[in-house]
Structure formats: C-alpha cells, structure tokens
Design a protein around this ligand. Structure first.
Ligand code: F6P
Length: 455
C-alpha cells in the first residue's frame, strides 16, 4: 500500500489531531503517503475532492499538531446512503484517481455504519473517536444477543431486538475500553462540577449540571470526579421519589446539592426527558436539549416552595434550583495526556491494519488488569450502552465496579505538561493583542483538488 486516505467524521473531539498524528507518523515509518480528505465524507461528494497531503516526503506537515483539539482536515456529520450504489461507485473511482488504496475513517458509531459501503469497494478501517464513549462491546459475545425480528413499521421490514444476557460482565472483557476524546470531556465536565459547587454552596442552591453523551452515561459517570452529590445516567431511569428524598436530606444537611445528569436521561417509561423537540441532526440522531430543565421542573413541582421558605433559604423552589450545561467545552480544546497518547496509538494501529491487508476492522483500545492498556485490531463492534453494573441506582453514583472502571483511565490521565501548558499560554500577553490564528487558514493553502478533466 503506497497511499491511503484519512478522514474525520461526526462531531469533533479534542483527540482527532492526535489520532491523525499517530497515523501519519506510523505511515512515515512504513513509507506510506497519507492524504487528508477535507470535511469528512462530504468531500467525496464534491467532484473536486478537496484534499491535503499530510506527509510529503514522509514528513508530517507542521500544521499537524497532536496537542491541538479539533481536526485540521475538518469534519461533518454527512454520511453516505448505502442504497445509492452509483454515487458510491463514483466516490470509489474518485478515490482511485487520487491513488488512494485504503481509507481510515476516524469516527464513532455513525461513521462505522457510514463506512460499510466503502469497505465493499476498498480496504477501509475505523479509528474510533467520540467523547460519548459509546463505541465498543461490553464483552465479545454482546452482538450475539441481538436477534432479527420482523416489524412492518420498521424501515426495512425488520429490526434488531436485544435478548437477555447470560454473560458475566467484567472489566477485562470490554472491547474498546475507552474512546479518544472521552477522558478530556470528563476532565472538562468534572472541573465544571467542581466550580459550580462553590456557587451552590455560597448561595445555598441546588445545581443541576447537564453533561453530554447522548444515550450513554459514561461522561456523567466520569463527572463523579468533580464530587457531585448525585449522578443520573441515561441507562437507568431515576426513581423520582428516591431522588427527591435524597435531595431534601442533602439540602437539610449541607444547604446545597449538586446533581449531574446525562443529557439523555429517561423517565420510567423510557421517554427522554431532554428530547424537547423531535429534531434530528444530519446523521439522524435525535437532538437532545433540556434534560436538566425537565428535571428542574420535576423537582420544583415535587419539592415545592414551602420547603425552601421553611429553611428561610429563598422564596421559591424556582429561585433555589438552577441548571447549567457544560456544553461544547467538553468537546473542545487541548486533549489531556491519556487521550493524546492512546488516540495516537489507535491511529498508528489503523495504518498497520490497512498495511496488513485488513478490511472493515477497527483499531481498539483494550485493557487488562495485569497488562494495562494496549491497542489491537478488532472485527465487529457497535454502539454500546454503559453496562448497568457500573452504576448504583440506590446511591445514584458509580458502583464499586464503576469506580474500578474509571480509575485506570483517570488516575494518571493528566500530564504535567497539560497544567504547564495552561500556566504558560492562557495569560500570555500576546493573547490580548494578537488575533486568533486559525489552523484552517494554513491548511486551506495546502488544499489540492482533483483536476476538473479527470473528474
Ligand atoms: O456525539 C457527541 C456529542 O457531543 C453528543 O454528546 C451531543 O449530544 C452531540 O454530539 C451534540 O452535537 P452537536 O454538536 O451537533 O450539537
């Protein structure tokens, strides 16, 4: 294999450039050229196929910086319709004209689905990324628990139903223990929780902090490092009576309460509290917004004003209970050490998979209590939910196993250089006087196109 393509698809994460850097560095060693495809799958539908050579003469271009968040080649949530065979053949011929013999897609579960029709046309592998940490398997046999059932209302006349699990869950059996971007997202959300606590404490208020993750509770689980009192995850519907009793008890004791909720939390009927609107993004995902607001309304109604008046801590429940979203800061900025290191390793592994002749494979991050972390190639994985054994619904916190899950990732996740970087750069005098210099400005100058006549 002499030349491969690489693209980043779906929502950005802080570790995308680290994955690209790892891939390009390994490609340099193997004397493989790497072509970055601009704006994910979107560029393949543009007859000019904007692209950039990431390692001319097997040297990384200087713009490729693994410590910078986002992606220098851009990303989009555009995906390919697997039924449009002609479009797919056209895309394959464009890649062929560029001399691309294999493709690395850096993405999450949407990208994994999106790359399937490509894998029928050229060797294609996935390097995972997603702050939601919802890509992998809880144990290798998990896909066997899904059976196909006929359903006239489903798009293709059938759907997959999950059957009961008969497998013991243990940490060593997780396939793809953590995805690049997750650790940095937790770093941001846990720091946010820590900071909001002081306001809740000073003003005797109840804070509900909404974190990202869609239907996956991993970010909420990890936010426990910020020491919230209560953590709610989408995988397990909270018992509202128990929640209210716990909030009242804590408020009585410490005059403030901090609750973390995943944006995808559901009620006992499984309805998403946050799906205020039924809008979807281009990849078909339901746009979740408002879980914390919905939860606030429930608490206001169930606790009532009297409770706060009695304590002389405010006129109303509305005044006492407030919400904040950590928002897109979870997805941006400099990746912390754990993400940089393993994202790069997974990028490098993706190149090796292609060179070894693998197709439709995934470079996964594995963990073993004796061996620690290591990367390897894997076949079938899919979107996963956080295993319920990681959460204790009575305590509304991570279970013992949940803590055991988090510790290998986070104990040494922050590098000394991460803190030093903040110390040196945040208040640099130049930040006040110099305009922001976007990576897009530099990369744009390097973009090449397929010649019009060869399209
Ligand atoms: O999948 C990553 C993610 O950040 C989710 O946690 C969140 O729900 C969603 O993307 C937000 O997407 P957008 O950036 O399109 O608003």
């Amino acid at each position: 294999m002499k030349r491969i393509g690489i693209l980043t698809a779906g929502g950005d994460t802080p570790a995308l450039n680290a994955t690209i850097h790892g891939a390009v560095t390994r490609a340099n060693q193997l004397k493989v050229e790497v072509v970055g495809l601009i704006k994910g799958f979107n560029c393949l539908f543009n007859p000019r196929v904007p692209h950039v050579h990431l390692n001319p003469l097997y040297q990384n271009i200087p713009e490729l910086d693994p410590t910078k968040g986002g992606t220098l080649i851009g990303s989009s949530r555009d995906f390919v319709d697997p039924n449009k065979k002609d479009d797919l053949d056209m895309v394959a011929s464009r890649l062929q004209k560029l001399g691309i013999e294999g493709l690395i897609c850096i993405g999450g579960d949407g990208t994994l689905n999106g790359l399937q029709p490509f894998a029928e046309r050229l060797p294609t592998v996935l390097a995972p990324k997603t702050i939601d940490n919802d890509l992998g398997l809880n144990y290798p046999s998990e896909p066997d628990e899904y059976v196909r059932v006929n359903d006239a209302t489903a798009k293709h006349g059938f759907r997959y139903k999950r059957t009961e699990s008969h497998t013991q869950f243990d940490l060593n059996s997780i396939v793809n223990y953590a995805t690049p971007g997750y650790a940095t997202a937790v770093f941001v959300s846990a720091s946010g929780v820590e900071r909001i606590r002081t306001t809740a404490e000073s003003h005797r208020r109840i804070a509900i902090i909404e974190v990202m993750g869609r239907h996956s509770g991993y970010i909420a689980l990890g936010s426990t490092y910020g020491q919230p009192d209560i953590v709610l995850v989408p995988e397990i519907a909270p018992d509202l009576e128990l929640l209210v009793a716990r909030v009242k008890h804590l408020y009585d004791l410490q005059k403030n309460v901090v609750i973390v909720c995943g944006e995808g939390i559901v009620d006992e009927q499984g309805r998403e509290l946050g799906a205020e609107t039924k809008s979807t993004d281009p990849a078909g995902n339901v746009v979740l917004s408002g879980a914390s607001e919905a939860l606030r309304s429930k608490l206001i109604q169930m606790i009532g004003d009297k409770f706060f008046q009695l304590y002389r801590r405010g006129e109303s429940a509305k005044e006492a209970i407030f919400t904040r979203k950590v928002g897109h800061t979870q997805r941006g900025g400099r990746p912390i050490l754990f993400d940089r290191f393993y994202a790069a390793a997974q990028g490098a592994k993706a190149v090796e998979l292609l060179v070894e002749g693998r197709n439709n494979a995934v470079s996964v991050l594995q963990y073993n209590t004796t061996k620690g972390f290591f990367v390897e190639g894997w076949g079938l994985i899919h979107a996963r939910k956080m295993h319920p054994a990681l959460y204790d619904p009575k305590l509304m916190k991570p279970s013992k196993l949940g803590m055991d899950y988090l510790m290998p990732i986070f104990t040494d996740a922050i590098g000394e250089d991460d803190m030093e970087h903040t110390r040196r750069t945040l208040f640099a005098a130049g930040n006040l006087s110099q305009p922001y210099h976007s990576i897009n400005t530099d990369v744009h100058k390097r973009i090449r196109y397929l010649q019009a006549e060869t399209v």
